[in-house]
Design a protein around this ligand. Structure first.
Ligand code: C5P
Length: 220
């Protein structure tokens, strides 16, 4: 069977990574979480007192970001350091969109992402995958959900990790991140013309996975 290239885009908290990971597992494909790459650069930038656009671009240019996947978990390393948990903190979430707006950062990560998808059999999720990184992907999905539902899911996730977060504040933070991602000049968050829209507000993870697997069958 043909090894597909699958692009999954959408706003924060729509369930992209969970769905993408399961789809990749079902198909025996590689899962590539591009948000984790931007988060790793943001985390590294936060290690210096006054990061500038130039120093942040240098972090991305170094290209030493590794994504590995084992036992249902993605591990992320930058400059040899495991930052898998550290990149998920609210501090990183609240500054990652600033980092992702820097054109040179996007340019360096774009090259890495294209290389990672070269041999096919991949599910890549992010914001600009179908529209910019992999415009020839065999299947493009735009996964979304209402802002209330997305905030609720993130709140549950963070609360389970022990963070004390106000749901209203989280909703504001997510809306702010979406706005920055949609309005940036370089490769903004956008639904590619040929992407299939899946709204998960009322749809379970399994429902979204099944819908995507059915589309894969039709395209392979
Ligand atoms: O997917 P996740 O929420 O982890 O992504 C974190 C941030 O990384 C996004 O809010 C966005 O600013 C940036 N990003 C991006 N392009 C991608 C993936 C993520 O700009 N392809």
């Amino acid at each position: 069977m043909k090894k597909l290239v699958i692009a999954i885009d959408g706003p924060a908290g729509a369930g992209k990574s969970t769905v993408a990971r399961i789809v990749a597992q079902c198909l025996g494909y590689v899962y590539i979480d591009t948000g984790a790459m931007y988060r790793a650069v943001a985390w590294q930038a936060l290690q210096s007192a006054k990061p500038t656009a130039e120093t942040i671009a240098e972090i991305a240019a170094a290209g030493n970001i590794e994504l590995t996947y084992a036992d249902g978990k993605t591990s992320v390393r930058i400059a040899g350091k495991d930052v898998s948990e550290a990149i998920r903190t609210p501090r990183v979430s609240n500054m990652v969109s600033e980092v992702a707006q820097i054109p040179a950062v996007r340019q360096h990560l774009l090259a890495l992402q294209r290389r990672m998808a070269e041999s096919g059999g991949v599910v890549m999720d992010g914001r600009d995958i179908g529209s910019h990184v992999l415009p020839n992907a065999d299947l493009k999905i735009f996964l979304t959900a209402s802002i209330d539902e997305r905030a609720r899911r993130r709140w549950l996730e963070l609360t389970a990790k022990g963070y004390q977060i106000d749901l209203g504040q989280l909703k504001t933070d997510i809306a702010c991140r979406d706005k920055k991602d949609c309005e940036r000049k370089t490769a903004p968050l956008i639904q590619a013309e040929d992407a299939v829209l899946i709204d998960t507000t009322q749809l379970s993870i399994n429902g979204a996975v099944e819908a995507i697997l059915k589309l894969c069958e039709q395209r392979s």
